[in-house]
Design a protein around this ligand. Structure first.
Ligand code: BGC
Length: 765
């Protein structure tokens, strides 16, 4: 196999050379000391009026496409009443607005520009859940490094990312933005993305501030309904939902976004326990907290604050530093000066928030370099090395779920005609996924284009969209006048299914690209069904009925229900980004072997959800798979699952000591051999189970993983260390963190059902 050889480091060096040559995207040339940053911020603060302070802690949306609002925003900037803007994503516009702030305001304080840089800016990476499916945090780090370089080049300073919300209910559309259901995997990807965005320090050239979100518990929305409240036990909060945030804070994230919803009855953006007791006091977070859009004013909507001024006071006092203010809505933080004058809120609390925002600007070097070089920015956006990072990522994220009779990789000698079918086969906009606004659709390689280019002239490639994708019953906020509508394929479904079937009958293989349109997943895209939208299921069954070999590529970010259909091969390709089609073709034809693994459990049926693999043992465990009388409640595909073009065998699980004292690390190793006939990747996974203790603990918990490539016959010993913190958890029985004296079972293998087992005991000597 010609393994794709690529060094993302080389690519990043190349792009940072570009950035530095440009000389305009520079931030602080070296990290500033905390003392220097503080002294400078305090000096500025001493000159500011209460209104200017309230301005610094207010962030406005600026949709340039809405002229009335844009004019109002420019006016607020000129008057020194805005500290930050979001949604401006054009270098010239950023310079224009920055000039207003720097040239026209009394104190010449530059604006901080924030943006949803979720999975790329112009170069589009696979969506975040796909990155997690790579089980390779370096891939996510590299992707966010590129995204940061592009964003910084055009004048952005801050990403509202990574989203580190744990998601265990696939009805919730935003599971696409996170790392799935597991806190350990989630923490690893949270930290990696923070490193990618921020680089070695806040203000590093070509980097931007990371803003992990949505603090906290947003992924547990009731019924998977976006924005609805979350009710999460302390056990689940500490052990499941909070660890990725803690990891992001420990990685140095400069910002945190507070969530929209109510957490256990207290709105997250007015939640003092979350924003102050946990975030600042327990974790020592030093950056600034922004609300999600309008979430301060929304404290009134929630029935929590009495009125707008009360909402401002309660958000601020809970620990919010900046209010994100949506277009044409009232700002709660603008009422703070009057509240302070009336003695309802201490001036020093407002000062504290303003100081944190000023510190971020100082660290980013904005006072020295407020503007960007528009021409240099174009060069950064067009850097071909960025596309290689996207390609490499897309290849590593695909998860192969079925491959009967080794249909994949396609046999180049035997396959002379391919029917490429499905509404997403040639859908550039869907290929890049949601939360993307600056891509060039013409640059996006669709699956059809990728297959055509790879197959070459000797292979006949025919295409049918198969069916159209129906519109949503309720339009998405992203389909509003302010965003561009994605073009949609319109066909007569009945006639097109017939055409697709006829095409499949004459082809050697049919490749179906099915799933959900990008507008059907993401924010404001929850769903009460996991079925294929529209008549895709009918299309799939009709093509399978031709008895031709069928490959299904799912463009999806949640586990879809194919109703028992059994295509010969099934691969989840997620929303693979601007190089997605090339990556998919490389995978189909075997230039690279799939090595991704599921970052969530894939249920048989929507009625099973939530179905986390890390559940408790509970009563009658021998019947654990028979909790429903009508079907097994085991998953269709377990967490951590994914096939390869090769096979791997695990053996020789070794545990360093049979007995250790609390606080001692435990070494674990396992041997893996590639038993197949080609080089390929696998992901070794380590799970533990605590047999008894202060709480009942999950049947399995991921505590280590490593992705590697092995040549045929090659053996590798994978080493893990179970650190004391991996054996420690928060127990409701004591309201505290404990490491129990107990016995741990250990499992190693390449998914969460791994059978190779051992155990060790933790006991004081
Ligand atoms: C989302 C955030 C996003 C913000 C700004 C909100 O609706 O919940 O994740 O960063 O909008 O676009």
């Amino acid at each position: 196999m010609k393994k794709f050889q690529f060094s993302w480091r080389a690519a990043l060096v190349a792009s940072s050379i570009l950035v530095s040559c440009a000389g305009a995207a520079f931030a602080a040339d070296a990290p500033l000391s905390d003392k220097e940053v503080r002294t400078r911020a305090d000096a500025l603060l001493a000159k500011m009026t209460p209104e200017e302070k309230a301005g610094q802690i207010t962030q406005y949306f600026d949709f340039l496409k809405a002229p009335d609002e844009a004019e109002k925003v420019s006016g607020e900037v000129a008057a020194g009443r805005a500290g930050s803007l979001l949604f401006v994503a054009d270098a010239e516009q950023i310079n224009r607005l920055q000039h207003i702030a720097v040239d026209q305001t009394r104190l010449k304080i530059p604006l901080l520009f924030g943006y949803d840089v979720i999975h790329g800016f112009k170069t589009v990476m696979p969506v975040p859940i796909a990155m997690a499916a790579s089980w390779d945090p370096k891939v996510a780090e590299a992707g966010q490094t590129v995204a940061a370089a592009e964003a910084r080049a055009i004048g952005l300073h801050w990403a509202f990312a990574p989203m580190v919300d744990i998601a265990r209910d696939p009805r919730w559309g935003r599971m696409i933005e996170g790392a799935g259901e597991d806190p350990y995997l989630g923490a690893a990807f949270a930290a990696a993305q923070v490193r990618g965005f921020q680089g070695p320090y806040i203000g590093a050239p070509g980097h931007i501030i990371a803003g992990p979100k949505h603090f906290a518990g947003y992924g547990a929305a009731l019924g998977g309904r976006d924005y609805d409240e979350s009710n999460i036990s302390d056990d689940q909060l500490w052990n499941v939902y909070l660890p990725p945030f803690k990891a992001a804070v420990e990685a140095g994230a400069g910002n945190i976004m507070s969530a929209y919803m109510g957490l256990n009855g207290v709105p997250a953006s007015g939640n003092h326990w979350l924003l102050t007791d946990v975030l600042r006091k327990a974790w020592g977070f030093k950056g600034f907290v922004v609300t999600d859009a309008g979430a301060a004013a929304d404290l009134k909507t929630h029935g929590f604050a009495q009125d707008l001024p009360d909402a401002g006071i309660r958000a601020l006092e809970a620990g919010v530093d900046m209010e994100m203010s949506p277009p044409f809505s009232q700002s709660a933080f603008k009422t703070l000066p009057a509240s302070a004058a009336a003695g309802k809120v201490p001036r020093k609390t407002i000062d504290e928030a303003a100081r944190r925002v000023l510190e971020a600007k100082i660290r980013m070097g904005l006072f020295e370099h407020p503007f960007v070089d528009v021409e240099a920015a174009k060069r950064v956006l067009d850097d071909p090395a960025h596309r290689e990072v996207a390609l490499h990522a897309a290849e590593r994220t695909a998860v192969l779920l079925r491959n009967d009779g080794d249909l994949l990789p396609l046999d180049r000698d035997a396959v002379k005609s391919i029917a490429v079918i499905g509404p997403f086969a040639d859908a550039a906009r869907d290929t890049t996924g949601p939360w993307i606004f600056n891509q060039d659709d013409k640059e996006t390689v669709t699956v059809l284009a990728g297959i055509k280019a790879k197959a070459g002239a000797g292979v006949k490639v025919e295409y049918s969209p198969g069916v159209s994708i129906p519109a949503r019953l309720f339009a998405s906020i992203f389909e509003s006048a302010l965003h561009d509508k994605a073009p949609r394929v319109e066909v007569d479904d009945t006639a097109e299914i017939q055409r697709a079937v006829a095409m499949a009958k004459t082809a050697d293989v049919a490749v179906l690209v099915l799933g959900e349109a990008q507008i059907m997943i993401g924010e404001n895209a929850s769903r009460s069904s996991l079925d294929l939208p529209g008549r895709q299921q009918e299309l799939l069954d009709a093509v399978i009925a031709t008895q031709k070999p069928v490959v299904v590529l799912l463009m999806s970010a949640r586990p879809l229900d194919l109703k028992g259909s059994q295509p010969r091969a099934l691969m989840n390709i997620w929303y693979p980004g601007s190089q997605g089609g090339t990556a998919v073709a490389n995978l189909l034809f075997g230039d690279v072997a799939p090595g991704g693994k599921l970052p969530f459990t894939w249920p048989r049926d929507i009625g099973q959800i939530p179905l986390p693999y890390a559940h408790l043992t509970s009563h009658r465990p021998q019947k654990a798979d028979q909790r429903y009388w009508n079907e097994p409640n085991s998953p269709l595909y377990p967490f951590g699952y994914g096939l390869s073009y090769s096979t791997f065998q695990y053996s020789n699980l070794k545990i360093g000591s049979e007995r250790v004292a609390p606080g001692t690390p435990v070494a674990v190793s396992v041997d893996v051999v590639n038993t197949g006939s080609r080089a390929a990747d696998d992901v070794a996974q380590l799970y533990i189970h605590q047999r008894y203790g202060s709480s009942a603990r999950p049947v399995r918990e991921l505590k280590g993983f490593e992705r590697f490539t092995l040549a045929p016959g090659e053996v590798k010993t994978v080493y893990f260390t179970l650190r004391p913190e991996d054996l420690t958890y928060w127990t409701a029985s004591k309201g505290a963190w404990v490491q129990d004296e107990t016995i741990f079972d250990v499992y190693a293998g390449d998914d969460s059902t791994a059978s190779l087992a051992g155990s060790f005991e933790v006991r004081k000597k």
